[in-house]
Design a protein around this ligand. Structure first.
Ligand code: SF4
Length: 287
């Protein structure tokens, strides 16, 4: 599957979210653990609608790809049952979105390949163990991730399809080293995302502590060769985007300042939560 097919979700796909369990990380941008005030054990019988639909054997004919996503799909006791159902339904590509640490277990990685996982999407938040572990809130997570990468690269039938990061104030200065590290490891181009939040006062206040300005991100990106990374969702006036022209991204919108910009049709705009936080003063409409 080519980059162009994948970016922007141009391949018809279904995303199956396993919502039962958190992933064990405490990343600063994630609202899953931040909003979970309960100490009660999770209800493992509660399945998302998409999981239920898959288990019932339903599939839209033109949907080619099935993405098993989470917080952490591999934490679910029904994961392999769902994977078997996806395989029976004949998806051309079954992809796993995971925090990766369980794949430090080589036997599990091999089992996933045997059971039909073809692509894996993993995150990396820093070029070194100290920073990555600080971002995930889990000591040792970087070492486990490196083992997982090694296992995935040595397991026939399965490939690392996406490596992504979320760029925060905490790791912005590390970005060029992180891109170089992923390149040295022979991984796919680093896919970079900005953090976002629901438009509530609490969530925006959390976002304010972690979200760098697009201007600072644009400056950092200009110092990195474009073949090292892919940035989804950068306004065209602050940095050339890494998305195919004309692809719209969910949660993005145009600011009032974008009215009359001659590049608007080729631009994804700006995330709604970013505009609520910082406004549109950084934007430089093309005339
Ligand atoms: S002004 Fe708005 S539409 Fe124009 S490039 Fe910037 S973000 Fe995109």
């Amino acid at each position: 599957m080519s980059d162009r097919d994948r970016i922007g979700g141009l391949v018809p796909k279904v995303t199956v979210v396993f919502k039962e369990l958190g992933c064990g990380f405490k990343c600063p941008f994630c609202d899953v653990w931040a909003n979970d005030a309960s100490d009660a054990p999770p209800d493992l019988t509660e399945l998302s609608d998409a999981v239920q639909t898959l288990l019932e054997g339903q599939k839209q004919q033109d949907v080619l790809e099935c993405v098993l996503s989470g917080p952490e799909p591999l934490a679910s006791p029904v994961f392999f049952k769902v994977l078997a159902a996806a395989r029976r339904l004949g998806y051309a590509n079954i992809r796993l979105n995971t925090n990766g640490i369980r794949l430090a277990d080589r036997a599990l990685t091999q089992q996933l390949a045997r059971c039909g996982i073809r692509g894996v999407d993993i995150p990396v938040y820093g070029s070194n163990a100290k920073l990555h572990d600080r971002m995930t809130g889990m000591a040792g997570s970087f070492i486990l991730l490196m083992k997982a990468i090694d296992n995935l690269r040595n397991c026939p039938g399965i490939r690392i399809e996406v490596v992504h990061t979320v760029i925060l104030k905490q790791n912005l200065r590390d970005l060029s080293k992180l891109c170089a590290r992923t390149k040295d490891l022979g991984l796919p181009k680093l896919e970079i995302w900005m953090p976002f939040a629901r438009p509530s006062a609490n969530e925006l206040s959390r976002l304010r502590d972690i979200c760098p300005s697009l201007t600072d991100v644009g400056k950092a990106l200009r110092r990195i060769p474009s073949e090292f990374y892919r940035f989804l969702g950068m306004p065209l006036c602050l940095c050339p985007p890494q998305v195919p022209l004309g692809v719209s991204l969910r949660g993005f919108q145009y600011a009032r300042k974008c009215q009359g910009c001659t590049m608007r049709a080729a631009c994804v705009g700006v995330r709604e939560s970013y505009l609520l936080l910082y406004g549109d003063k950084e934007l430089r409409p093309f005339r």
